[in-house]
Structures are given as C-alpha cells and as structure tokens.
Design a binder for this molecule. Structure first.
Ligand SMILES: Cc1cc2nc3c(=O)[nH]c(=O)nc-3n(C[C@H](O)[C@H](O)[C@H](O)COP(=O)(O)OP(=O)(O)OC[C@H]3O[C@@H](n4cnc5c(N)ncnc54)[C@H](O)[C@@H]3O)c2cc1C
Length: 201
C-alpha cells in the first residue's frame, strides 16, 4: 500500500448509504482511509494498541513515509469547526484530495489501530420480478403458478443505493408472504395462485 488516502469516507451516513464505506477498496486498492470503529473491534486491529503513528505504520503493510506524510497532510487540512456526528456537520478538510466532507477530526489521539479491508457484494439489486404476493412474474408480468421468491434474488426494490437494514427487512417481509402463499398453493393448487395475488394480478 502506498499510504495515500482512498476516498471521502464521510459523504453520507452509513445507515443511509452503507455501500459508501465499502467503496474504499475498489476506489483505490492500495489506499487507506479513516473510519470510526466500535470499541469492541479495536482489540482486533493490527498491532493494537499503538501509541504513536510511527508504531502503527510499522504494524501495517504500508509505505511508512507515504503513510506518515498522508496523516500529517490530513491533520493539517482539518478545520477548527464544531464537530457533530449526529448531522453532516460540514467540518471538512481543506486543500487535500480526496477531501473529507464531514466529521474531519485530526488523528492525534492514541491509541491507533489499523484494519485490512476489502470490497464485498451486499446484494445485486437485480433479480426476479415479483408482485406483492411474492409470486414470480413471467416476461408478460403474469404470475408463474406455484413459484414464489423473496430475499436477495428479488429485483426491482432498490436502485443506486438502499437504506441500512432494508435488505434484511425485505427478505423477512417477502419471505413471510411467500411462505404463506406457497402453503396455500400447496393445499389447493387447482385454484391457482393468481386469484389470491395481493396485487390483483
Ligand atoms: C457484507 C454484507 C453486508 C450486509 N449488510 C446488510 C445490512 O447491514 N442490512 C441489510 O438489511 N442487509 C445487509 N446485507 C444484505 C443481506 O444480508 C441479504 O440481502 C440477505 O442476507 C439475503 O437473504 P437471503 O435469505 O435471500 O439470502 P442468503 O442470506 O444469501 O441465504 C441463502 C442461503 O441459501 C443457501 N444455499 C445456496 N444454495 C443452496 C443450495 N443449492 N442448497 C441449499 N442451500 C443453499 C446459502 O448457503 C445461504 O445460507 C448485507 C450483505 C452482505 C454480503
């Protein structure tokens, strides 16, 4: 790793744009970023705890001087403005690229820990088309008898991004509906599921 910063890690709240934090790796594979880590995870960081940034650099697979220079520039770019983690406080950096838009606090308070991160696939956003009865629809938007879907393989719910937690909630909600519908279909398939479709299709 070069020790250069990877991206603006504070464009959006994590609960509004969970993917934002995970964009670090593809944005800059050799880069670093500053993110807040819950206390219970800090003990798992590399070489934790480190009392100086030099110690931290030595524990990372990173260009030592590049890393320390990045931290120095970042700290100097932080502005003396109020810090408020409950809103986008505009406490951004000035004069560095990429900028940090909000919550830019200088890294000057040990202990320091480092974590290796990589990219991941949360879900695909695309998938099978279903109606509100969780029935899978064919290319003409007609329910396919006896076929239901829920969870990750359902498409058309989210575009561009998604609110935190909504992937699992979608799975729970459509999973319950799909289970009920499938059970009813199993009891009386001759009646056809389309008549019981919640969407009226
Ligand atoms: C890193 C990450 C973070 C996420 N964070 C969040 C979050 O914060 N909030 C949120 O709401 N959502 C989040 N999600 C998305 C959420 O986890 C998924 O949308 C959800 O788990 C999908 O549930 P599912 O039951 O449809 O699929 P899965 O959870 O993928 O379950 C499918 C199951 O089927 C099994 N399986 C596959 N093939 C077979 C087979 N042939 N035979 C038997 N079993 C099989 C698999 O082993 C698996 O257990 C995240 C996803 C990832 C990857």
């Amino acid at each position: 790793m070069t020790g250069a910063r990877a991206s603006d890690s504070t464009v959006e709240f994590v609960q509004i744009a969970p993917g934002g934090v995970r964009r670090l790796a593809p944005a800059h594979p050799g880069g670093i970023s500053d993110v807040f880590v819950p206390a219970r995870l800090r003990a798992q960081g590399r070489g934790a705890p480190n009392h100086t940034l030099e110690e931290l650099a030595d524990g990372l697979e990173v260009d030592r001087e590049g890393f320390l220079q990045t931290i120095r520039e970042f700290n100097a770019a932080c502005q003396d403005r109020p810090y408020d983690p409950t809103l986008k406080d505009g406490k951004g950096t000035v004069g560095i690229t990429p900028a940090k838009s909000n919550w830019a606090l200088p890294m000057d308070s040990p202990p320091y820990v480092g974590f290796a991160v990589t990219c991941g696939i949360t879900f695909t956003f695309g998938g099978l088309r279903v109606n509100t009865a969780a029935q899978v629809l064919d290319l003409d938007n007609h329910p396919i008898p006896g076929l239901y879907a829920a969870g990750e393989l359902v498409g058309g719910l989210f575009y561009h991004n998604y609110p935190g937690g909504s992937g699992l909630v979608s799975g729970a909600v459509f999973g319950r509906i799909a289970g009920q519908q499938a059970a009813q279909y199993a009891e009386a398939p001759e009646r056809g599921t389309s008549q019981r479709s919640l969407s009226g299709r």
